[in-house]
Design a protein around this ligand. Structure first.
Ligand SMILES: NC(=O)c1ccc[n+]([C@@H]2O[C@H](COP(=O)([O-])OP(=O)(O)OC[C@H]3O[C@@H](n4cnc5c(N)ncnc54)[C@H](OP(=O)(O)O)[C@@H]3O)[C@@H](O)[C@H]2O)c1
Length: 254
């Protein structure tokens, strides 16, 4: 089997990359020399990130993907492989959040969160695992989890439980696929200043309450998460697998 430094331009696929952490990660990987495929449920939303990837000198592939659909997952992987011929790094970033009391969560809301965050991450990883095993190539998977998957929080039970499962999935797949040279790691961010969370940044009282819980007294930005993903994707991280890197400004260090 080849090692992670083997010749040829490396390739990455970042799901849910139209904005926020996904877009920043795609651009950071392109600046590190990767060719990068990016997905959205609505590919027309990818124009900004595609422009940035091209400016960074990367070959790109825009991909339509709904991680809740197995046929969409298979089609998306086929599109990426047709474009690049190989895939070295998968970043499972696509996800949805839900702010709801556990007393009120409906089955439809629960199913939507689990199908997107948990099933989507697993079946995307399965496609990646099958590709790497079949081609006898090493590779790596990076799952974007959350500190809500590690510690309690109000009104985030469905979301937090889906992210806790992703953290354990990371260990399970790392263990199972290590013999194939596949590394599987996760990043668990605390609050990150992304467009999808902008609503909760509008209320100064809420911001103050959140910041008072963060020892570093600020939220992360998407580029910080992206740099960590680049490290985990790099040969410098070649002995790291099954790990969840917490990036929360110290919140869970209490
Ligand atoms: N921001 C935070 O504070 C924070 C903290 C911890 C963890 N995270 C995690 O980090 C990841 C990115 O967060 P973000 O704040 O950057 O979120 P975001 O802006 O909402 O991005 C999430 C992405 O997921 C995609 N997506 C949603 N449903 C999908 C589906 N069914 N199939 C395929 N793609 C789908 C969206 O794609 P479209 O382009 O189709 O809309 C979107 O680009 C998420 O997994 C989130 O849970 C975020």
């Amino acid at each position: 089997m080849q090692d992670e430094k083997s010749a040829g331009r490396r390739t990455a696929f970042v799901t849910g990359a139209s904005q926020g952490i996904g877009a920043a990660t795609a651009v950071a990987l392109a600046r590190d020399g990767f060719d990068v495929a990016v997905s959205s449920t609505r590919p027309e939303k990818l124009s900004d990130v595609l422009e940035q990837l091209t400016a960074a000198g990367a070959r790109t592939a825009p991909v339509a993907l709904d991680v809740c659909s197995q046929s969409s997952i298979e089609q998306a992987m086929a599109t990426v492989l047709a474009a690049f011929g190989r895939l070295d790094v998968l970043v499972n970033n696509a996800g949805i959040t839900l702010q709801r009391s556990s007393l009120d969560v409906t089955q439809e809301e629960w199913d939507a969160v689990m199908r997107t965050n948990l099933n989507g991450t697993f079946f995307m990883s399965q496609q990646m695992g099958r590709h790497l095993v079949a081609t006898k190539r090493p590779g790596c998977i990076i799952n974007i989890a959350s500190t809500h998957g590690m510690v309690g929080f109000l009104q985030r039970s469905a979301y937090g439980i889906s992210k806790a499962a992703i953290i354990h999935m990371t260990r399970m797949l790392a263990f199972e696929w290590a013999e194939h040279g596949i590394r599987v790691n996760a990043i668990a961010p605390g609050r990150v200043d992304t467009p999808s969370r902008a609503g909760s940044y509008a209320d100064p009282k809420h911001i103050e309450m959140m910041l008072n819980r963060v020892p570093l007294h600020r939220f992360a930005n998407s580029e910080e998460i992206a740099r960590a993903a680049c490290y985990l994707a790099s040969p410098q991280a070649s002995y790291i697998t099954g790990h969840t890197l917490v990036m929360d400004g110290g919140v869970t260090s209490y």
